[in-house]
Design a protein around this ligand. Structure first.
Ligand SMILES: NC(=O)c1ccc[n+]([C@@H]2O[C@H](COP(=O)([O-])OP(=O)(O)OC[C@H]3O[C@@H](n4cnc5c(N)ncnc54)[C@H](O)[C@@H]3O)[C@@H](O)[C@H]2O)c1
Length: 283
């Protein structure tokens, strides 16, 4: 979608990190904003920053849990009633949990898969028909480098992000099959500084039973947290690259160049068939 001016951007997870920066990028292009997040205060802070940077930006917010289909439907209804539709959807809300694959609890799996996978599924399910009907639209799914490369201590997150890559690729092919004028972008960043390491702040009370981390898992989790904090690319850079990709109708976005090299090495490891690929110690 080349010209974003005056169009409507919907951003889940718009109350923090990447979602906030996407809101700023979209507002800078004259878009109207609809933010959805469990964190109402975070969304209000985003709108305050938007008002500073792009005064007069039209906006709406909805407190919602993306893992619930009916709440995502309500977000789409808000877009329709307030702005007549939605042109650009960022399925961006996400959470993370550590732990060894066999130790994660049912609540760990259900919470993370609910937000990271079902959140994207429901966004696609609810907004794609609206975009097809209006004859134009674009959907950006925030996957991750973890949608391609599997580090230890991240089974739940890795599984969820591989699902987002699978859904995004299939969605793009299905839209092509029916000749719809709806673009898809699959965003696959490695670490960058945001609130993702403090995901537990958003964990619902009915999914509170989490894994007791082993010593190894604590070490691994600390390494991941440090990698996020020290990420060299900022959320604002990732957001700008992503919105530019929408304008260019580009499908894959890998903000961190090294990830593509590692994916190629993973393909080699698969070709050799001998041993699991270790992205932290690639051979
Ligand atoms: N930061 C990184 O290193 C990194 C790397 C790759 C991918 N990502 C992905 O980027 C996306 C954005 O995360 P971030 O890094 O900005 O983290 P963040 O924690 O700063 O932002 C995530 C946002 O999602 C919201 N959220 C959480 N659960 C929700 C729910 N059930 N319903 C609605 N909103 C909910 C949070 O309130 C928060 O505003 C996520 O999908 C994440 O997996 C992040």
């Amino acid at each position: 979608m080349q010209d974003l001016q005056g169009k409507v951007a919907v951003i889940t997870g718009g109350g923090s990190g990447l979602g906030r920066e996407l809101a700023l990028c979209c507002a800078a292009r004259g878009m109207k904003l609809v933010l959805g997040d469990v964190d109402e205060r975070g969304m209000q802070e985003t709108l305050r920053l938007v008002e500073d940077a792009a005064p007069g930006t039209e906006s709406a917010t909805m407190r919602l849990d993306v893992s619930k289909l009916e709440q995502v439907q309500a977000l789409a209804d808000l877009c329709k009633s307030r702005f007549g539709g939605a042109h650009l959807l960022f399925n961006n809300a996400g959470v993370s949990v550590g732990g060894a694959a066999w130790e994660n609890t049912p609540d760990d799996w259900e919470w993370v898969m609910g937000v990271n996978v079902y959140g994207v599924i429901w966004g696609v399910k609810v907004f794609t028909p609206m975009m097809i009907e209006q004859g134009e639209g674009h959907i950006v799914n925030t996957a991750s480098a973890a949608g391609w490369l599997n580090g230890p201590n991240m089974a739940v997150y890795n599984v969820s992000k591989h699902s987002v890559v699978a859904l995004s690729e299939t969605l793009a092919l299905d839209l092509r099959d029916v000749g719809a004028n709806v673009g898809v972008t699959c965003l696959c960043p490695a670490f960058f500084p945001t609130g993702i390491s403090e995901s537990e702040r958003n964990r619902p009370a009915d999914k509170a039973d989490t894994v007791a981390l082993s010593e190894v898992a604590i070490k691994r989790s600390e390494m991941t947290k440090a990698a996020v904090a020290k990420g060299k690319i900022q959320a604002s850079d990732v957001a700008e690259m992503t919105v530019k990709a929408v304008e260019a109708n580009q499908f894959y976005v890998f903000p961190h160049r090294k990830i593509k090299q590692l994916i190629a090495l993973r393909a080699q490891a698969a070709d050799n068939e001998q041993t699991v690929f270790d992205s932290l110690n690639p051979q």
